[in-house]
Design a protein around this ligand. Structure first.
Ligand code: HSE
Length: 331
């Protein structure tokens, strides 16, 4: 399987490293995955990955036009602009797409999934939600027999890192954010993390897969972590809990209710004990009960793990609806 990668930031570089490091393993588990071409904003730059032997395209859209590529991996980011153009052009040109772009999928995922389905292609975005945690696969496959009533979780590694460092170490907000940026957890514009927009994008995607409804960002109440002070965190600790930025979606008699906000979580709940850049998600199904997933929600290596899992699924000819149901049936 021949692939191209657009975007060589933390996730792109880690994806290249993983594909090289585990080439033999991936071949045994699915198929040889060969990176043919890459594209990024700047060619001459020190990167923690080896580009030897790879074709370089200055214009990412050129990747969609190449006839030696089966899958385009979009790791540029952003709901609009070049990322959107690249994904659309790739599907139009008969290429499967793997992306980590939650803003794009939350805003345009249904249209893109329709394009993919009409063309018999995969549009895969496990890496868009909760980094290395296979939550979309869990929803789409493992819990597919259940009617789900709620999804609730820590969906942003940067905010969880900041709240953990402020609460446990007494670190100030700016220093904790700078650390999160240094470790490659934060978005290019960290206001997307801090003000809850990134969590909202992920929640909209989780709701779509959980309840068969089109992602609807407009209907999500969103509050970020800026107002949280060190004394809020120490008060929470004194009351036997932690403050966590949660994305919460419930689906019941009132329809779908979605919100993103800092919430007091008692230590008796597993979510309270999810620290640092880790994410945790609690899903309620009617037959299975509660399922809890935890893992690294941000960072190059963990996110690359999900990108490459999506590539392997394509290599296996595993066709699944992007949102678990046919895109045209999403209300
Ligand atoms: N900025 C995101 C986070 C990256 O901190 O969770 C992973 O989506």
């Amino acid at each position: 399987m021949r692939i191209a990668i657009a975007g060589l930031g933390n996730v792109g570089a880690a994806t290249l490293r993983l594909l090289r490091a585990h080439a033999d393993l991936l071949k045994v588990r699915g198929q040889e995955i060969t990176v043919v071409a890459v594209s990024a904003r700047t060619k001459e730059k020190d990167r923690p990955c080896d580009l030897t032997g790879l074709a370089w395209e200055d214009d990412p859209l050129a990747l969609a036009a190449r006839n030696d590529i089966d899958v385009v991996v979009e790791l540029i980011g952003g709901a609009e602009g070049v990322a959107h153009d690249l994904v659309r052009a790739s599907l139009t040109n008969g290429k499967h797409v793997v992306t980590a772009n939650k803003a794009l999928i939350a805003a345009h995922g249904v249209d893109l999934a329709k394009n993919a389905e009409e063309a018999g292609l995969n549009l895969s975005f496990e890496a868009a939600v909760c980094g290395g945690i296979p939550v979309l696969k869990t929803l789409r496959e493992g819990m597919a027999a259940n009617r789900l009533s709620s999804v609730r979780g820590i969906l942003n590694g940067t905010c969880n890192y900041i709240l953990t460092r402020m609460g446990d170490e007494g670190m100030d907000f700016a220093t904790a954010l700078a650390e999160a940026q240094q470790q490659g957890y934060a978005e290019a514009d960290p206001t997307a993390d801090i003000d809850g927009g990134d969590t909202a994008n992920k929640l909209a995607i989780l709701s779509a897969l959980s309840f068969g409804l089109a992602p609807d960002l407009e209907s999500i109440f969103v509050e970020g972590i800026r107002p949280i002070t060190p004394s809020d965190l120490s008060d929470a600790a004194a009351r036997g809990g932690r403050i966590k930025l949660l994305g919460i979606a419930t689906h019941g008699e009132q329809g779908l209710v979605q919100r993103v906000q800092p919430v007091f979580v008692p230590l008796s709940e597993p979510l309270a004990r999810v620290g640092g850049a880790f994410n945790g998600i609690e899903i309620e199904g009617d037959f299975v009960g509660t399922v809890f997933l935890q893992g690294q929600g941000a960072g190059g290596n963990a996110t690359a793990s999900s990108v490459v899992a999506d590539l392997l699924a394509i290599a296996h000819n595993h066709h699944s609806f992007a949102f678990g149901v046919a895109a045209k049936s999403l209300a």
